[in-house]
Design a protein around this ligand. Structure first.
Ligand SMILES: NC(=O)c1ccc[n+]([C@@H]2O[C@H](COP(=O)([O-])OP(=O)(O)OC[C@H]3O[C@@H](n4cnc5c(N)ncnc54)[C@H](O)[C@@H]3O)[C@@H](O)[C@H]2O)c1
Length: 438
């Protein structure tokens, strides 16, 4: 121990999980939590449930589980609420999503049927490929935000939850650049009242959450809270926020491989990534405007990890292409292909091929669980504003404007575990290790 750490309030009572979008990721997450509670499965992929953190010297052999080291809410205390523009309950939506087997879903039917989505705030201008009728009505975006606030407060009362976290698991919205209306809280509030077109639905949910002091995570690449107006509101109301875009599948692998190439100073001349995907997410991303939001998120990763400005001989001219193809027969079981053209000693070329047959929502569900539990922890620890230590979970981690994001998965993990050590007053681990030999 080097200090007292941060005072963290105990996780008393129930934790409300507010899911925006009750599609493949959300239902796989809720069903997974219910299955784990019943002993029907293991929380594979979840750092909060299975991860450990090393404390002190290697010779001390102290590696407690993260859930024993920091006071996280128990999964038994999670209570779910959701919004969607389709009225299907979590059971029906999970069956339609086709991610989990019918045999498992049937054992969880009662719990899943209880999660019925509230009417969405939705406008087709921002997600062109979807159309639903389970949608709120209101003259202004401000009025819709007020309706949402009331609904959240009602949920809090009805379910007697003591704390809440909101997470955007809704579809990817069209590409929007940060504009004038996003520059301050006053301008954003004005824009909500004037129905400004650069305020998509996701920002209305986020506004309601932050107004109520509810931590917010963004699992999709849309801007949402990544603009100055929301940073201001998060600071003002002491709310932790993080995003954007769950790091799963192809980008997860990219952020594992690229740091390795750089570590060995192997050059890169091209990286071509393509995949086929047949779920509703794939259908939404088939629209060029939604794809553009995703593309921006996926492309920036390599540039930041490889640092062409620092290593011009190795990385200044690499060609990077990302394609997503909607192919219905594959449903949620995405297949990704990567071709890397690399070069070594004296510039001799080599190739790496990766063929990842993954399951998108199976990879995303544990991230939702971790983000909910870590954001709740941050809030109880008095941490607010951008939570850079949660970059580990995102393709486009949010940072302050003058900081570049860390995309390297292993730096991100170190940042996360060091933050946990810092919270508990434990020594930071630098891996210097000289003292063992002195
Ligand atoms: N699964 C992954 O590996 C992964 C990785 C990174 C990001 N994401 C993102 O996570 C999000 C969810 O993915 P998914 O596979 O569950 O998609 P999905 O299409 O199955 O589910 C999204 C749900 O959100 C609903 N929705 C859309 N706009 C809404 C709104 N304004 N209010 C309420 N509900 C709304 C849709 O009706 C749909 O049911 C997508 O944006 C996706 O791009 C997923």
């Amino acid at each position: 121990m080097v200090g007292k750490g941060i005072e963290i309030a105990a996780p008393k009572g129930k934790l409300g999980v507010l899911l925006v979008g009750l599609g493949a990721v959300s239902t796989t997450f809720v069903a997974g939590v219910e299955a784990i509670k019943k002993g029907l499965g293991e929380p594979v992929g979840s750092l909060t449930q299975m991860g450990t953190v090393r404390l002190g010297k290697r010779t001390e052999r102290k590696t407690p589980k993260i859930l024993d080291f920091v006071p996280l809410a128990s999964i038994d205390d999670l209570v779910f609420a959701a919004w969607d523009l389709f009225s299907d309950d979590a059971y029906t939506s999970a069956v339609k999503g086709g991610v989990l087997e019918a045999g498992l879903l049937d054992q969880l039917k009662g719990e899943l049927e209880n999660v019925r989505p509230m009417k969405a705030i939705f406008d087709r201008r921002y997600v062109k490929r979807l159309d639903g009728t389970h949608v709120k009505k209101g003259d202004t975006k401000w009025e819709l935000a007020e309706q949402l606030i009331e609904e959240i407060q009602q949920f809090e009362k009805d379910k007697s939850v003591s704390r809440m976290v909101m997470i955007w698991c809704g579809s990817t919205e069209i590409f929007i650049r940060a504009g004038e209306v996003h520059q301050s809280l006053a301008k954003l509030e004005e824009g909500l009242k004037n129905n400004h077109e650069d305020i998509p639905s996701s920002m209305i949910y986020a506004y309601a959450a932050l107004r109520l002091g509810i931590p917010f995570a963004n699992g999709a690449p849309n801007l949402t809270v990544d603009v100055p107006a929301f940073h201001e509101l998060a600071e003002k109301n002491h709310v932790p926020v993080c995003g954007k875009d769950f790091k799963t599948g192809q980008t997860l692998i990219k952020t594992m491989i690229a740091p390795g190439l750089k570590a060995r100073l192997l050059g890169l001349s091209g990286w071509f990534s393509t995949n086929i995907l047949g779920n509703r997410d794939g259908e939404v991303l088939d629209d060029p405007d939604s794809f553009r939001t995703k593309e921006e998120s996926k492309l920036s990763v390599l540039e930041h990890i490889l640092q062409p400005d620092v290593y011009p001989e190795l990385y200044s001219d690499f060609y990077h292409k990302v394609r997503i193809n909607y192919y219905p027969p594959r449903k949620d079981n995405k297949e990704g292909w990567d071709n890397l053209d690399i070069f070594g000693w004296l510039g001799y070329p080599m190739q790496i091929k990766i063929n990842f047959l993954c399951r998108d929502s199976i990879l995303a569900a544990p991230l939702v669980l971790d983000l909910v539990l870590f954001l709740d922890l941050a809030k109880r620890a008095g941490m607010y504003g951008l939570q850079e230590w949660l970059s580990f979970y995102f393709k486009s981690p949010m940072t302050l404007p003058d900081l570049y994001p860390e995309h390297d998965l292993f730096i991100q993990l170190m940042k996360l575990t060091n933050t946990l050590r810092y919270m508990r007053g434990e020594e930071q681990i630098t891996h210097l290790g000289l003292d063992y030999y002195q």
